[in-house]
Structure formats: structure tokens, C-alpha cells
Design a protein around this ligand. Structure first.
Ligand code: CA
Length: 242
């Protein structure tokens, strides 16, 4: 008698199962969302505070994130901003009040869509499907790994090696490197980099970007004065070259 046989459905095509990460602190809503998403064939991961949510997103690289705006430890806007610097994962934002919608949409933090609570589960599943369709038709998933010469960046593991040896980077150095590496070949102004990596509430000025670029070059380039990967684009700003 095999108890598992009765409860385990034939495995669906594992590669085709899309995984949704739900970051929401309201336990009953997490349960309802998980139940409904699973019922519609999605794999579900859940986190109940912002810090755990960001860690899970980085570690598990889900296909889509349902992200509550108001969360303990780190709010949804901050999570959205940080994730956007690293990946194009579709983000569906949940907001408790309509006034909050202005913040989500107005700040253009990169949420792809939003729903105002309370919402119906049919509506949620429809939005999730639409976002996944849209994501599939674009460039495909961001890479887990970027290799450029002797530098290897593991985006899933949040680590960097140079000639096989681990390089210790501060969190902002890693975020800056990850952002540029994932958009390799594309030049960004200091202001764009500040917005994407440091956020809208940062008032440190564009000099901060220069300082971090210098530190990254010192840690990663064999000749920091003649960088091969972390390049200055004259009149524009910076870009990453493989
Ligand atoms: Ca909440």
C-alpha cells in the first residue's frame, strides 16, 4: 500500500511549471493566494516579511513575484527597487489602499502591474497569467551567471570570483556590478545608476557612483587604470563589457 501514490498527481512538465513567489505578511491572504495559484498549476513560494522575501527572490529566482506594498522589515517599494536593479522578473504589486497606487505607479519603480485589496482570486490569476505571457514574449530570463574574462558573477548565489578566487564586495558594490553586468553593453548615466541601484530617496550625488566604480575596478580589474570590463563611456557614464 503506497499512500503517496494516491495523493501524488502525475508530475506535470517540471520545466513548464511556473514558480510564483508571494511576499505578503497577512497569513490568511498567503494561504488563499497559495491555494488558488497551486490550483491553477503554479508552483508557490512564500515569504512573510520584506527581508525574507528579497532573500527568497534572489535565491530561488521565481518566474513572477506577487509583492505586498506594506511589509515588516522592508517595504514593497524598496524590494521592488532592489530587484529591478538585478532582474526583469515580473512583479505584481498588492496595495491596501487606492492612494498607494500613486506611489507604486507614479514612482515608476518597476512594478509591472498592481491590484488593490480586496481583489478576487480570478482577477489575480488572470493578471499573473498575462504578466507571464508578456515576460515570455520578451527577451527571456535574466542570466544566473555572468562571466567576463576572469570575473565570474553568480547572481543566484550573490557572489563574485576573480580567477576563481572569491572577491568580497560590499552590498552596494555587488548591486552596482549586478546591475551593469545584467545590462552588459548598455551605457547608463550616473543619474540612471543612482536611481536603479541607490533609489529615489538617495541624496548622495553622482560622485557616489564614481567612488563605487573605482572600488569595483580595484577589486576586479587586473589593471584598474585600464579597465577591461567596468568601462567609462565618455559624456555618458558607465557600462559593463564582457
Ligand atoms: Ca501588508
Amino acid at each position: 500500500m503506497n499512500a503517496d501514490a494516491a495523493t501524488t498527481r502525475p508530475a506535470p512538465d517540471a520545466a513548464a511549471t511556473k514558480r510564483v513567489l508571494v511576499i505578503e505578511d497577512e497569513a490568511s491572504l498567503v494561504a488563499t493566494l497559495s491555494y488558488n495559484l497551486r490550483k491553477h498549476g503554479f508552483g508557490v513560494l512564500a515569504a512573510t516579511d520584506g527581508v525574507a522575501g528579497l532573500q527568497t527572490a534572489r535565491r530561488e529566482r521565481p518566474d513572477l513575484i506577487v509583492l505586498d506594498l506594506m511589509l515588516p522589515k522592508m517595504d514593497g517599494l524598496e524590494i521592488c527597487r532592489r530587484l529591478r536593479a538585478e532582474s526583469d522578473v515580473p512583479i505584481l504589486m498588492l496595495t491596501a489602499r487606492t492612494e498607494e497606487v500613486d506611489r507604486v505607479v507614479g514612482l515608476e519603480l518597476g512594478a509591472d502591474d498592481y491590484l488593490t485589496k480586496p481583489f478576487g482570486m480570478r482577477e489575480l490569476v488572470a493578471r499573473v497569467r498575462a504578466l507571464l505571457r508578456r515576460a515570455r514574449s520578451s527577451d527571456g530570463p535574466m542570466p544566473d551567471r555572468v562571466i567576463a574574462g576572469a570575473i565570474e558573477l553568480d547572481l543566484r548565489g550573490h557572489s563574485v570570483t576573480r580567477e576563481g578566487a572569491a572577491v568580497a564586495l560590499k552590498p552596494k558594490e555587488f548591486e552596482l556590478l549586478a546591475f551593469l553586468a545584467q545590462h552588459a553593453g548598455q551605457a547608463f548615466t550616473r543619474e540612471q545608476i543612482l536611481q536603479r541601484v541607490w533609489g529615489y530617496d538617495f541624496f548622495g550625488g553622482s560622485r557616489t557612483v564614481d567612488v563605487h566604480m573605482r572600488w569595483l575596478r580595484e577589486k576586479l580589474e587586473s589593471d584598474p587604470a585600464r579597465p577591461a570590463h567596468l568601462l567609462t563611456v565618455r559624456g555618458v557614464g558607465y557600462k559593463f563589457s564582457r
